[in-house]
Design a protein around this ligand. Sequence first.
Ligand code: PEP
Ligand code: MN
Length: 358
Amino acid sequence: MIDKLTDLITQTTKPFVIAGPCSAESEQQVISVAKEIALKTNTRVLRAGIWKPRTRPDSFEGVGAIGLPWLVKAGKETGLLTTTEVANAKHVEQALKAGVDILWIGARTTVNPFAVQEIADVLEGAAVPVMVKNPINPDLMLWIGALERLQKAGITDLTAIHRGFSIYNHPKYRNLPNWEIPIALREQRPDIKLICDPSHISGRRDGLLSVAQKALDLNFDGLMIETHPNPEYAWSDAQQQVTPNGLKELLTSLVLRQEELTADALSIMEVMRDKIGGLDDEIFELLTARMKLSEEVGNYKRENDITILQQEHWRKVIAQRLEKSDDYDLTNKFIRDIMDAIHQESIRKQTKIMNPGI
Ligand code: PEP
Ligand code: MN
């Protein structure tokens, strides 16, 4: 058992790394990968799934409690701390009895308050660190709620893991990152450390680096990366796991940027930020002028009994902007979002003019 995971994360040079296979498959597999990870990288925690929450039956559902001593032994032989996923009271009891250092609650469990409460109840008073993955659906409150249930049971050493949110058939991600959600979590709970799990967000080895880099650029505290001695033959999540060498390469490719600004950087950035502030002023002055014109149009529509929404006209307005997207060097999505926001505000103003009493 460790004193406090939260303190260890604070004291470790960023990023704090958790690595290991998606699933424990054999004693030899867990121990060999742990040794290689410990030798080649500065990983602090060894992960291995013992009980696997699989989407469909007849997939490999984890080796079960028999794998717990493998994980604990691998931890002892390498000096790595150990962690595994728990999804019910029995898992918690067995993992703690075997001497696993840290527990984590998986995305399919966080989503279910009954299951989280069951785990919180059995943990009552235990001094074990718990990491809570985000729920599979993009619901910040459910994530916070799970952390609170554990806290109410006296578990104070809590860490959050961002692993993305379910999506159907996305070309790039296995689980959508929705970065605004972990950012909002940190805003509401700055006391809780935040780890990113690029493996489950990307779902592909070649997508790990960009997700991991983005997490570090957003000041995440650490990374959880699935690492397997022979990824192609892994019994679960074969496409997203890397070898220990792959992990080493990934970690050395990451650019570590500092959060604190030096006085020099601050003064240079202040000049640029002032210019941006000036442009923001101009943008809003123009928007104000544009809305005044919308109001004039609104008055004309009211006097002549014309509906607010002129669908065909609006389609043309958007098309004109999108045609220029290359000149602007802006994405179509950005142009659409801006135009939609302008349109909504314009409709709001015209509605007020047309129907002053309602
Ligand atoms: C895992 O870490 O292997 C796992 C099952 O994760 P998640 O709960 O994020 O799906
Ligand atoms: Mn996995």
